[in-house]
Design a protein around this ligand. Structure first.
Ligand code: SAH
Length: 346
C-alpha cells in the first residue's frame, strides 16, 4: 500500500466531470460513457481492467487518478442468517465497516459515512474513539461497488446506518446520493435508500429541499428530552419538539414516511410511561417505529430488556394504532451493531 499516493480518486467526478476530463485528454466524447460505465456500473478495481480503452488513455488516467476499490481485510458471515460484514481498509489505512443483508425483496447494504463519529451516543460503539475523518463521496460509493463485485449481485437497497452521522458529513453524503441514484451509474432509486440520523435538525431541513425522496430514519431512542439528553448528547442542541417539526416538514416536502428508531435499553427507556410518550409522538404522524433491543456494548454496561418486556412495549404502541415492529436482529453473531467490528480490530 502506498501511503504517499496523492492521486485523486476518480470516483469523485460525476458524469459531467468525467466528460470534461476525457475531453481535456483529447479523446472522443463517447469514451466518457465507457469510462463512467467501468467506474460506476461494472465496478472496476483499477484502470487495468478497462480493456476497451486504449493503453495510452489508461496510462494518462493512471498517472493522475486512482480507480482502485478498498480492500476487504476481513469478512464475517453470520451462520444464523447469511448476513455478511465487511471490514474495508481505505487508502490511508483507516478502517470502516459495511454490512450486506439478503431479504426476499433484494440485497440491502448498510454503509458507513464517516471514520468514527463525534455524536457521542451512550449505547453506540462507533463513537468511542471520536471522529477521525469524513468519508468522501467516492469512498461511500466504493463500499457499494466493492460489495457488488465480491458478491456478483446487484444491490437493490442502501441504508446509511453504518459508522458515522451522515448529516454531519452533509455535502459528501448528498453528493453520494445523487451519484448512486444516477441512471447512468448504479441507478438505485432514492426510494430504496434510507438515511439515518441522530437528529441534526438543520441537516434534516436542508435534505428536505434536495428533491431526493430518500427515506429518513430518525434515531429517537427516548420520547422525552431529559431521558434523551442522558443517552444522546445531540439532544442538548435540539429538543424533541424541534425534531418533530423537522420531521413533519420532511414528510410534507418529500411525501416519504419517516421511521423512528428506538433502541430499547433496560431500565432507561423501556417503561410503560416511555411507551405512552412514544406512542403520543408517533400516533399523530405517518411514521413507522422500529424497536431494536439494544445490542449490548460491554464498554457501556447497557443491556436489553427480555423478550417479554420487548413484546409488551410493542403491544402498547400497537394498541395506540402506531405502526411498529421489532427489528430482526440480523448478524448478532458477527458483531452486527454498528462500529463493533471496527472497534475490535483497532
Ligand atoms: N448516526 C446515524 C446513523 C448511524 S447509527 C444515526 O444515529 O442514526 C445507526 C443506528 O444504529 C442508529 O439508530 C443508532 O442509534 C443504532 N445503534 C447504535 N448502537 C446501537 C446498539 N448498541 N444497539 C442498537 N442500536 C444501536
Amino acid at each position: 500500500m502506498s501511503t504517499k499516493d496523492s492521486r485523486r480518486n476518480i470516483r469523485e467526478l460525476d458524469y459531467e466531470g468525467i466528460k470534461a476530463l476525457v475531453e481535456s485528454l483529447g479523446e472522443k466524447s463517447f469514451r466518457a460513457k465507457q469510462l463512467y460505465d467501468w467506474l460506476h456500473v461494472k465496478c472496476a478495481d483499477g484502470f487495468g481492467e478497462m480493456t476497451d480503452l486504449s493503453l495510452s488513455l489508461r496510462q494518462k488516467l493512471e498517472a493522475a487518478y486512482d480507480a482502485s476499490l478498498p480492500e476487504a481485510v476481513k469478512i464475517q458471515e453470520s451462520k444464523l442468517d447469511g448476513t455478511k460484514k465487511y471490514l474495508f481498509a481505505l487508502k490511508d489505512g483507516q478502517l470502516i465497516e459495511a454490512v450486506k443483508m439478503e431479504y426476499h425483496h433484494g440485497v440491502s447494504v448498510c454503509i458507513s459515512t464517516q471514520v468514527g463519529c463525534r455524536m457521542g451516543c451512550a449505547f453506540c460503539a462507533s463513537t468511542l474513539g471520536g471522529l477521525v475523518r469524513n468519508l468522501s463521496r467516492a469512498e461511500m460509493l466504493s463500499e457499494i461497488y466493492a460489495i457488488t463485485r465480491l458478491e456478483g449481485k446487484r444491490i437493490s437497497n442502501i441504508v446509511m446506518m453504518g459508522i458515522g452521522e451522515p448529516l454531519d458529513n452533509y455535502d459528501e453524503a448528498v453528493a453520494f446520493l445523487h451519484m448512486i441514484s444516477d441512471e447512468r451509474g448504479m441507478n438505485i432509486s432514492p426510494r430504496n435508500i434510507t438515511i439515518s440520523t441522530c437528529g441534526l435538525v438543520p441537516g434534516i431541513m436542508k435534505l428536505a429541499e434536495e428533491k431526493l425522496p430518500v427515506t429518513l430514519a430518525l434515531s429517537l431512542h427516548a420520547a422525552d428530552d431529559e431521558k434523551r439528553k442522558k443517552i444522546m448528547p445531540v439532544a442538548k442542541s435540539y429538543s424533541i419538539a424541534e425534531l418533530m417539526e423537522a420531521c413533519d416538514s420532511y414528510f410534507e416536502k418529500t411525501g416519504r414516511r419517516i421511521s423512528f428508531e428506538y433502541a430499547l435499553i433496560k431500565g432507561e427507556n423501556d417503561s410503560d410511561e416511555d411507551a405512552a410518550r412514544l406512542a403520543g409522538l408517533a400516533a399523530k404522524r405517518r411514521v413507522h417505529v422500529n424497536l431494536i433491543p439494544v445490542n449490548p456494548v460491554t464498554e457501556r454496561g447497557l443491556t436489553q430488556p427480555d423478550g417479554a418486556a420487548v413484546r409488551a412495549f410493542l403491544k402498547k404502541l400497537q394498541d395506540k394504532n402506531v405502526t411498529a415492529t421489532v427489528r430482526r436482529e440480523l448478524g448478532r453473531d458477527i458483531d452486527g451493531a454498528c462500529g463493533q467490528l471496527r472497534r475490535k480490530s483497532l
